[in-house]
Design a binder for this molecule. Structure first.
Ligand code: NAP
Length: 304
């Protein structure tokens, strides 16, 4: 089985490297200086305090993905639509497609472009970043959870993929309710991701501070209300669990904080912005999520 990573940055290179080290055939679709570095020098991959350099196949030609039985979409949400139209002409209907984006919209976006393919919705529970082109640092956790979103002739690859991750020592769990899984992760991101980027304070400090915790809780309550209106199995108990776990978290820089520091566009429109937009479509308001989205947009505009 050959596994392709479409948009191989931090997440794609980390899992691609793990699978290749476990003996699987891997292809990375990348671009820019990162691709040039991968092709010229291979991948430098630091994980669990060990750094290795490996030769790995990398391309910017979407048609090369047609040799893969499984394709893991691992670009950010901001580039996903463009990625799907780029690869669409080259994907066989027997291919299993897997999403790993934050937010809850990726699997349905795939469904519209690939109405006949098997689609699995996944979440990566990891801290990883591109330190320099061709150089990935994995600094926290690393598990994947996924579940089937749309059935097709490639469903059987899900089991094979699970075994491949196990062989690569990636903690993997198959979810029977992938929508609830995506929403549970979105819940944490709505509460903590934007506010830590705005205040530049770690999530555990944000949770421990009475004033910021009020904003976190309001953003999370709005998320739960929207989820429940869609029939998703999410409740107040999930908010308490997230806050409890966050209080014991180490100093992890959230993705929006990293994006703001690097001058990149964040995924806020797919996190807090999604909750605000979808709630407003129901003629209701999601004040905390709208407020956090507006502040992140304002900070992003400073870069332009
Ligand atoms: N990193 C983490 O620790 C982590 C943890 C959990 C979840 N996630 C989620 O996982 C997803 C991926 O995150 P990430 O941190 O891996 O992002 P990333 O490091 O920015 O990697 C995405 C890569 O895809 C490339 N790309 C985008 N469109 C492309 C195209 N059409 N052709 C070729 N390459 C393309 C990007 O290139 P450019 O830079 O040129 O755009 C970038 O190198 C996000 O939704 C994120 O929220 C990340």
């Amino acid at each position: 089985m050959k596994i392709g990573f479409a948009g191989a940055g931090a997440v794609g290179c980390h899992y691609g490297s793990k699978l290749q080290q476990a003996g699987f055939d891997v292809l990375l679709l990348a671009r820019g200086n990162h691709l040039k570095a991968l092709q010229a020098h291979g991948l430098r991959h630091k994980s669990e305090n060990t750094e290795i350099s490996i030769a790995i196949s990398a391309t910017d030609k979407a048609e090369d993905l047609n040799t893969c039985q499984v394709i893991i979409l691992c670009c950010k949400m901001t580039g996903l639509s463009n990625m799907l139209s780029t690869i669409q002409p080259f994907i066989s209907p027997d291919t299993l497609l897997v999403t790993l984006q934050n937010g809850v919209e990726a699997p349905d976006l795939l469904r519209t472009t690939f109405p006949n393919n098997s689609i699995a919705a996944g979440s990566a529970f990891i801290g990883a970043r591109i330190a320099q082109p061709g150089h990935i640092i994995h600094s926290a956790a690393g598990g994947i959870r996924m579940g089937l979103w749309q059935t097709g002739s490639g469903d059987h690859y899900l089991h094979t993929l699970m075994e491949a991750f196990q062989r690569a020592s990636v903690p993997i769990r198959i979810e029977s309710d992938p929508a609830a899984m995506l929403w549970r992760k979105l819940l944490w991101n709505c509460g903590f991701n934007a506010i830590t980027a705005i205040t530049r304070r770690y999530a555990h400090d944000t949770a421990a501070n009475h004033e910021t915790l009020i904003i976190v809780e309001q953003a999370m309550q709005e998320t739960v209300a929207l989820a429940q209106s869609f029939g998703i199995n999410l409740g107040e108990g999930d908010i308490h669990k997230h806050i409890h776990i966050t209080l014991s978290m180490g100093p992890v820089k959230t993705s929006m904080w990293q994006d703001i520091e690097a001058g990149h566009t964040t995924e806020v429109d797919f996190i807090n912005g999604y909750i605000a937009r979808k709630t407003e479509e129901k003629q209701l308001s999601a004040t905390a999520n709208r407020f956090l989205t507006t502040l992140i947009h304002a900070i992003e505009q400073n870069h332009h």
